[in-house]
Ligand binder design. Structure first.
Ligand SMILES: Cc1ncc(COP(=O)(O)O)c(C=O)c1O
Length: 387
């Protein structure tokens, strides 16, 4: 069957010279980013400070809405930030940890930066409860649900686990949190762009993520969705003049909060990164996450089948409904293998307790998937011969 998504390959220059299997880390750069950044330099050079009024001031809101349409978020519910860690900080700053509802429940399979941030909130009174994985691949949902109780304030949780690509049962976690009056911060970094995300049907309180992986948007842009009814009430203490209802009044304190999403922003926005993010978001919207998901299930299954034939350890769920866009394979000498793959322009990464992460995206061919696996087999064969 013809793979119609391959017609987008020519939009990504790096695909001409490498086997790009690393969209879980940094998605390939769309060719249009050259133009976007050139236009950014041009408007700065020719319009100077007027660029703010003519384009830059509203840019974060516009791009927030473009991202929002990928996750079925209502208009004006997404603010942009520099990274996911900052998104956690903005959320945390809306709450108080000195009362009796001060428990934070998370899984040890979360991305470390998110864990470091919440752990550090102990200094402000947070009680932190970490639920440990049993197998290094999945999150024990029942144990996590049991830990979410009447004292729980926030549950920061990854939608798709960065290490194993396991898909958490976000709906069950959000439902349990709501039953006891807690809020969930869903980190969709490893899902948005490859696994469908619908913040409204999940009834998510907060959702965040960055654009540099599956959205091919480059470093420097993260998004924070806040459910509109919450957004109207919350008052982030990590704030600044962009969050004021009349920024250009330059009024003295206290702040009078703007409506969301500006309410959740703080200082001057990161315009060049936002400009660079746009072409990737546009392509992903055009391709459609449902189609990307369908292809991803097929190609990740192909990786697993090859690895199984070789007897390599797979640190990713075999059930495709529980698996995101990555397959983590811990073949013998996996760290060394990943270095040798990189030397052959087969771009992958290696993570402790995961192995080599292979992440085909909509622009990869089946032949590239096979070539990556065949290269691993060949590397292992030649290593065993030299040994
Ligand atoms: C699930 C997840 N969350 C967060 C991050 C990164 O967080 P930050 O944007 O703060 O660097 C990553 C990877 O870089 C990730 O995979």
């Amino acid at each position: 069957m013809e793979d119609t998504l391959l017609r987008y390959r020519s939009e990504f220059p790096i695909l001409e010279r490498s086997n790009y299997m690393i969209s879980n880390s940094l998605g390939a750069m769309p060719r249009a980013v050259y133009d976007a950044l050139h236009a950014y330099a041009d408007i700065w050079a020719t319009r100077g400070v007027r660029a703010w009024e003519e384009r830059w001031w509203m840019l974060a809101l516009e791009v927030g809405n473009e991202l929002g349409s990928l996750m079925n978020a209502p208009r004006d519910s997404i603010s942009l930030h520099q990274n996911v860690t900052t998104c956690q900080a903005v959320v945390a700053s809306c709450f108080d940890f000195t009362g009796s509802r001060n428990k934070i429940v998370y899984s040890d399979m979360n991305f470390p930066s998110v864990m470091y941030f919440w752990e550090a909130q102990r200094a402000y009174g947070a009680q932190v409860h970490m639920v440990k994985t049993d197998d290094g691949i999945t999150v024990p949902t029942e144990r996590l649900l049991d830990a979410i109780d009447e004292r729980t304030l926030i549950v920061p949780i990854s939608h798709v686990i960065f290490r194993s690509s396991y898909i958490n049962d976000a709906k069950a976690i959000i439902d349990k949190a709501h039953k006891v009056g807690a809020h969930v911060v869903l980190d969709t970094f490893q899902s948005l762009g490859t696994v469908p995300v619908d913040v409204q049907s999940l009834n998510a309180d907060f959702a965040c993520g960055g654009v540099l992986k599956w959205l091919c948007g480059g470093p420097g842009v993260a998004y924070l969705y806040v459910r509109p009814d919450l957004g109207k009430k919350l008052e982030p203490k990590l704030t600044g003049w962009f969050a004021h209802e009349d920024s250009f009044a330059f009024a003295t304190c206290p702040i009078r909060y703007a409506d969301p999403p500006l309410r959740f922003m703080n200082g001057t926005t990161h315009i060049p990164s936002i400009e660079a993010a746009r072409p990737g978001i546009k392509i992903i919207s055009e391709v459609g996450v449902e189609k990307i998901r369908e292809k991803s299930k097929r190609q990740t299954a192909r990786l697993i089948a090859f690895a199984d034939r070789q007897g390599w350890r797979i640190n990713t769920p075999r059930n495709h409904d529980e698996r995101g866009g990555t397959v983590s394979i811990d073949m013998p000498d996996s760290q060394q293998v990943s270095r040798e793959l990189l030397a052959r322009d087969i771009l992958v990464d290696w993570r402790p307790k995961a192995g080599v992460r292979f992440s085909p995206h909509f622009y990869n061919t089946d032949a590239e998937v096979d070539a990556a696996m065949e290269a691993v087999a060949e590397i292992l064969k030649s290593r065993s011969l030299t040994a």
